[in-house]
Design a protein around this ligand. Structure first.
Ligand code: PLP
Ligand code: COI
Length: 339
């Protein structure tokens, strides 16, 4: 593949094959690969009228010794089951989810960016209600699909610290769908992200929608804070997505690096006490945050605007080291795709 891997952004590039399976008459069909990237559906499809759709995001990496691997895909499979149930969709079986990923990555192996290029292959499983529905109720027919696209860094500038703002909007509701990967959560965030970008910010910090006093997450990543004495702190809330990257970082910090980890409520008021801040997720990896603006008040982390702080750098190097086969991680985290 003749792509300028080092300079691709986080965008869609059409690849060769994608996976499709259809749910009809109460069962998933056997599914398979197709070259057709187009979907034809009724004007009244449930996904178009009532946004009945959820998705996942994971990556395939080329390791230092040339293998193609994915990172903890079993957790994406599980989370998609949770998302489907919350949206009244038939869950796609976890073992079939893993098989679909295996098939799509193998069929597009030439699109997996080489080791050391800084790029990765982003894998996007998703499902949606496809038959016509006009009264508000779930569809009776669904598609599960997975496509892949090579991507570079989610934020321009790669590992340079970004500036974000405390949003005036919410991305989730108390007792809503913030804890699952529903497309509607991202629709909710579009006006907020356009507004933030217009004001020169890279992302939004959302607060808890109930009291607006606690830190939740951004539109596409969880927060990770480092205290002045080196403790890793991650916000706990029922309305944020349980990030696989965040859960992995916390385990790495505790078990491999011997750091103290706290998963607890984080108040907006305590932000200025932290030494470092980062965003973590599949797309974001760990992106350092240098400054958070809150309605005229700027919180500037001591780690500054030039580079990642030292603790976030250690977490980043360990996590990506495991993903790229440079370091051994916990058993079962790295899943090899045989090509
Ligand atoms: N939070 C939101 C809202 C996301 O969209 C994502 C991306 O998947 C994450 C957090 C990070 O989750 P993960 O680490 O599982 O990719
Ligand atoms: C991911 O990290 O996989 C996501 O789904 C986040 C999205 C904003 C690209």
């Amino acid at each position: 593949m003749n792509l300028d891997w080092a300079n691709i952004g986080f965008g869609y590039i059409k690849t060769d094959k994608r996976y499709v399976s259809t749910w009809k008459n109460g069962a998933w069909d056997e599914g398979g690969l197709t070259s057709d990237d187009q979907i034809t559906m009724s004007e009244c499809a449930c996904v178009l009228q009532y946004a009945q759709t959820c998705f996942e995001g994971l990556k395939a990496y080329t390791t230092v010794d040339g293998r193609i691997v994915t990172f903890r895909p079993d957790l994406n499979a599980k989370r998609m089951v949770d998302s489907a149930k919350r949206l009244e969709m038939p869950p796609f079986p976890e073992e079939r989810f893993l098989d679909a990923i295996e098939q799509v990555v193998r069929a597009n192996k030439d699109w997996v960016p080489p080791y050391g290029s800084g790029a990765t292959l982003y894998i996007r499983p998703y499902m949606f209600g496809i038959d016509p529905v006009i009264g508000v109720k779930p569809a009776t027919e669904y598609q599960f699909r997975t496509f892949v696209t090579p991507v570079g860094p989610y934020f321009k500038g790669g590992a340079k610290p970004i500036v974000i703002k405390v949003s005036d909007f919410d991305r989730a509701a108390p007792h809503g769908t913030g804890h699952v990967k529903a497309g509607l959560n991202y629709a909710m965030s579009l006006h907020a992200i356009v507004t933030a970008h217009e004001e020169g910010y890279a992302e939004n910090m959302y607060l808890d929608p109930g009291t607006r006093t606690k830190v939740e997450e951004t539109g596409g990543a969880n927060f990770i804070f480092i205290t002045k004495d080196g403790t890793v702190v991650t916000p706990k809330s029922d309305s944020i997505l349980p990030s696989i990257t965040r859960r992995s970082i916390c385990q790495v910090a505790e078990e491999i690096l011997g750091m103290k980890v706290e998963h607890r409520e984080v108040l907006l008021e305590e932000l200025s006490d932290f030494a470092e801040c980062g965003l973590c997720g599949t797309a974001a990896v760990i992106s350092p945050v240098g400054q958070i603006d809150d309605h005229g008040r700027s919180i500037c982390f001591p780690s500054g605007m030039d580079e990642m702080g030292p603790t976030i750098r250690r977490l980043y190097d360990t996590l990506t080291g495991i993903q790229l086969g440079l370091l051994d991680g916990p058993e079962g985290w790295v899943h090899e795709i045989t090509v």
